[in-house]
Ligand binder design. Sequence first.
Ligand code: ZN
Length: 300
Amino acid sequence: MEFTGLHHITMITGDAQQNAAFYGDLLGLRLVKKTVNFDQPQAYHLYFGDETGAPGSILTWFEFPGAAKGRAGAGAIHTLQLAVADEAALDFWEQRLTGASREPGVLRFEDYDGLKLELLISDLGNAPLVASHPDIPEAYAIQGLHGARAYAVFHNVEDSILTDLLGFTYEGDGEYVLNGSDRRFRFAYDAPTHNHHEGAGTVHHIAWASNDEDHLAWQARIADAGGYVTDVRDRDYFKSIYFRVPSGVLFEIATLSPGFAVDEDPEHLGEALRLPKQHEHLRAQLEQTLRPVDNPRVLA
Ligand code: ZN
């Protein structure tokens, strides 16, 4: 039993409209789903990804309007790494992203909430997962997620929960690679300098992708190892379980099915506010209270 790869990474933002402008307009990802946090339906949950919302391309945000900026610390992911093809792509992004800092093979920058991002030339050999955008040539487009770096107190001690239980390979010095059945992903730990303060610009959790038929077996494997794991939560677009690994990072395991086209035509992903059936009765209220978010794709 193995993960197919990364599924998604979820963050917190203080401003959904800026979120759509930065990740949709500027970085050229597709807003593939506009829904609410199923556990707190007063908050938006926006999903960005490639053209189809494929696992391995997906970044998502919970919006808490006006939330103060947080600071990544022990037990949290602090940097997201996105793949691009080559140095020519980095040249393009260096021009497009004002204030980014360039080194060979990598371009570092922050989003409007202060979340650290890197565009880098991936060594993992993953198939490109690309969204189309009128101002971004396909050859330069972001090709999906390459890796994530987190802070952990015992950052350079091999964690057997990751290796023996979850199938990651330890490469030394806090660096792991997930060789999923479909895609590969780098996950690494650095030494923290302070405690974690959740807020805008911080990462909430990271989700790994499971074949549907393996999902309950993953839950049993974690529980049998003495781990606390949640019951299965139906997220409409996938089913999920959650648990914390010893570093403190919150992991999710999400199924591949049914995907984002389950309640919207693939041509019109992310255009309308989609609510899960348990919150559909709140629609009139939420459409009043949630600040409108325009999908950049619809405006283009
Ligand atoms: Zn998630």
